[in-house]
Structures are given as C-alpha cells and as structure tokens.
Design a protein around this ligand. Structure first.
Ligand SMILES: Nc1nc2c(ncn2[C@@H]2O[C@H](COP(=O)(O)OP(=O)(O)O)[C@@H](O)[C@H]2O)c(=O)[nH]1
Ligand SMILES: [Mg+2]
Length: 297
C-alpha cells in the first residue's frame, strides 16, 4: 500500500472507523507494515497483560473489566492471544461480551476486541503484539488489555510486551505453585486467584503468598476473587486501575523485551529462510549465523 492510502486509512481509523482499524491491524499482523511506518511509535498509552492457565477465568474477568471501563467513558481495547484459536478478527470474543443493558450500544462503542491467532510459527508474535498495541494507542485506544495463556516461553514474552502484568490463578490443583516454573510470578505486578467460590482457592492464594514472600522483597499482592459471583471483583478492578509496576518485575520484563527485540531482528532478517536452510543442511553453524545477522543490521 502506498503512503497516501496508508495515511488515509490511519486517519479513518483514528476517526473511529473500525473497518479501517481492523485492516491496519491485519497489515501489522501479517508483517506488511510496522508501527513505525504509521508514526505510531510515540503515542501515549497503557497496556496490561492478563495471563494464566487456560480455563482459569481470564476472559470472564476481562468481560467485567471492559464493561467497567466503558461505563466510565474510558475506551478500552482487548487483544486476545489465543494459541488454540483458528479464528481471527475477534468476532467470537466480541460476541461473548454480554452487553445487555439499554445503554449497551454506547458501551460497545467504547470497547474494541481483536483476537490474534498464533497461526504463524515464526516465533515473532511478541514483537507483532507490541506493534499492535502501539497502533491501537495511536488510533485512540489509550488502554489496551492483552489476554494471553500463561503456558510456555512465548506466552511469557507476550505478557512482557505490556506495561503491567496480572497473573490469574485458580483453586489449587495439587501441583503446588506451577506458575513459578513458567517464570510468570517473577513478572507479575498483581496476582488474582479466581474462582474463590470453589474449594481450594483460598488455599492456593495462601500458597502463592508464602512462596512469593520467600522470593524476595516487594512481592505482588495476591487477591481472591470470583468472576462468577462477583466476590472480590470490585477490589480486583480497583487494584488494576491503580496498579504500579514492581522494581523486580521491571527487570524481568526488560529481560524478556530484550529477548523479543533480538528475536524480531532475527526473524525479520532478509536472509532468514536461507540461513535456516543452511543451518538445517549443516553448512552453517547457528553461532556463525547469529554473527552474520548481527553484523548485517
Ligand atoms: N466457579 C467459577 N467458575 C468460573 C469463574 N470464572 C470463570 N469461571 C468459569 O471457568 C470457565 C473458563 O472461563 P474463561 O473465562 O473462558 O477462562 P480463560 O480460559 O482463562 O479465559 C468458564 O466455564 C467460566 O464460566 C469463577 O469465578 N468461579
Ligand atoms: Mg480466554
């Protein structure tokens, strides 16, 4: 796309055209444009990642969160990174948010939902995600929520794109503090233990607090809540609204962001495919390939 039509599309998206916004995001997702091409690098905004195991209640909680912001006349966008989803475009998730009051159309105008299917195996999803956040900020969405499934290195990296990280856990599953293994507790600015209406939630919250207390100073708060019954929900929403990042999480996040940037440079290198082929057939050592890519710029 030429610069003029790109600028026109950006302006339309800023003026509230969701179709143009969706197309911009698709272009970024598919690698046709980068946030830098849009001059969206410096837009003001805030992003919060909500991460945790599948089924723990992240989406249910985010429904409440989006609605709470919309009711305060604060626009809020959601990027849902779903490795299991073959669908993209957000229709599924958008439909899931139950807006049932007479003012719902007004509320819906303040909410933008987009799901990102992690269909490409390039390993550059975190850097694409970072660009999507910037584009949303640049198009009038100052608050971006990122929903990621907290399971594995790539998801940790996705969470690290955000300014703040909230880890959601559920009732104890008998596997002690599993989040610790995923490195997520280290990154978390807040821990929510959801499904407080079920047995084991309180026990798991206590385990998490004990484990965090051992890990060092300034541990994140651990709050009990239920997205279903609403128990502890106002407190959880308030905590998110006023969430500060911890010094410990800043450093851990910086480390993941550095890794994101390095990987993005690797994956976007013009000879990436050729280099992979040479490593595969044994004619180039990975260590030498890194030298080539780093020097090549
Ligand atoms: N008992 C109970 N169930 C919940 C609660 N929050 C969510 N769920 C249920 O947990 C399941 C998974 O929720 P979802 O939000 O899709 O989880 P996600 O995979 O983390 O996004 C759904 O069936 C929800 O109804 C809760 O606080 N208590
Ligand atoms: Mg979900």
């Amino acid at each position: 796309m030429d610069a003029a039509s790109l600028a026109a599309r950006l302006e339309a998206a800023r003026d509230g055209s969701r179709r143009d916004l969706a197309r911009l995001l698709t272009d970024v997702e598919d690698g046709r444009i980068a946030a830098a091409d849009l001059g969206a690098q410096r837009a003001e905004g805030r992003s919060i990642a909500i991460t945790g195991p599948p089924g723990v209640g992240k989406s249910c909680f985010i429904d409440h969160l989006l609605r709470a912001h919309a009711e305060r006349d604060e626009p809020v966008a959601l990027l849902a990174v779903d490795p299991s989803s073959a669908l993209s475009g957000g229709a599924l998730l958008g439909d899931r948010i139950r807006l049932t009051s007479p003012d719902d159309e007004v509320l819906a105008g303040r909410i933008y939902v987009r799901s990102i299917a992690t269909r490409r195996s390039s390993g550059s999803i975190p850097s694409v995600l970072g660009d999507l956040v910037k584009v949303l900020h640049g198009c009038g969405w100052p608050l971006v929520i990122i929903e990621t499934v907290g399971a594995g290195q790539s998801e940790v990296r996705c969470a690290a794109v955000a300014d703040r990280i909230v880890l959601m856990e559920g009732p104890a599953r008998g596997d002690a503090v599993q989040a610790e293994k995923a490195g997520l507790l280290e990154l978390a600015d807040l821990v929510l233990v959801n499904k407080a209406d079920l047995d084991g939630a309180e026990r798991h919250a206590a385990e998490l607090r004990d484990s965090l207390a051992l890990d060092g100073p300034d541990p994140p708060a651990v709050l009990l809540m239920s997205a279903q019954t609403g128990l502890g929900l106002p407190e959880a929403l308030h905590a998110l609204r006023t969430l500060e990042s911890r010094p410990g999480s800043e450093r851990a996040r910086a480390r993941e962001r550095l890794a994101n940037a390095a990987e993005a440079r690797l994956v976007r290198h013009e000879d990436y495919e050729a280099i992979l082929a040479r490593i595969a057939n044994g004619s180039l050592a990975p260590e030498d390939a890194v030298e080539v890519i780093w020097r090549g710029g």
